[in-house]
Design a protein around this ligand. Sequence first.
Ligand code: EPU
Length: 362
Amino acid sequence: MLVEKNVPLQPYNSFHIVAKAQTLVRIQSEPDLHALMADPQWAASDKFVLGGGSNLVLTGDVRPLVLKVELMGRRLVQATEKAFIVEAGAGENWHDFVAWTIDQGYFGLENLALIPGTAGGAPVQNIGAYGVELQDRFESLDAIDLRTGHEFALDAAQCGFGYRDSVFKHAPHLAGKAPVGQPGTEPRAFGLAGRALITRVRLCLPKAWKATLGYADLDKKMQQTGMTAPTPRQIFDWVCEIRRAKLPDPAVLGNAGSFFKNPTVSPEQCSDIIAREPKIVHYRLDNGSVKLAAGWLIEACGWKGKSVGQAAVYEKQALVLVNRRTDAQGATGGEVMLLAKAIQTSVYERFGILLEPEPVVL
Ligand code: EPU
């Protein structure tokens, strides 16, 4: 186990923000992690788990010990009568994993193509796109409790998935009462933010594959091509094309995908807003509430293309904040957050809606 000091984090965050990890350990195997947890020097120290860094804003150097997850491997765990259960090491690149499943003939992840980040980050954020969320295909995951070193597994219910949300994003309010995953405990009762390192993720991909269509951008592709029954690979290709056209490539223009969540409002609140803003883009949800397009709200407030220092609102999608430079003179985390706060304020003043940021701010 190699402990590295003063490690530049710019290559490890998709915003390309300049910052350093005071101390960083690459977790390349589970024995690496057990050795770390058994070492009194590191066992009790604060830790920060770094996956693909694709949902992260760094506002300074990172003091907690950075655990960079590089656990690899992908495999078919089981083929049941109804489904393929496939597994990815947490450090696997998510998109490469999706492409691999399609190559193997395991379908169901095609709508989630080209999402930046790692397989281990996918459940934290409950990634979603084009009508599919990770929770729709999730089987279970393995993780290690960073306080005790114990391994545990969680199923979908225990992960507490919500829209871009999971148990891994909530503070461990009840921490200390009982170790996670031990008999007789209820992991759902615990927030696991900062407490767990996900090692492996398993997905359940039904053998009876059915396309998930109905999303406007995919409908457009069907109309343009005249294909009414696209294959999984066709949908994979379309999703890649749509994302490449709409979203900036983090390798070229630093970003963390959508910077804010799409807000949900009550039908009453929505009719009030629609009465004032008839063109507002909104979707009715099954539970009666209404989801508003945050990108539309931000664009309506005139933010497209605006900037603070080198942090800017992407010209083609106002929900995405970008770093205009990928070198050392690029945006700081402070500039990104200043821009984000100014956007929040103006959307709140005009619509009475407080936008909630998606990325982790460190
Ligand atoms: N819109 C505008 N102006 C903008 C941006 C969007 O008017 O500047 C309107 C669009 O015209 C469209 C609506 O807002 O009618 C929705 O836009 P889009 O289809 O681009 O999707 P989104 O709601 O902005 C969400 C996810 C994306 C995901 C896409 C596709 C969130 C926060 N974002 O974006 O996820 O790829 O749908 O499913 O839910 C991410 O989380 O990082 C991410 C990229």
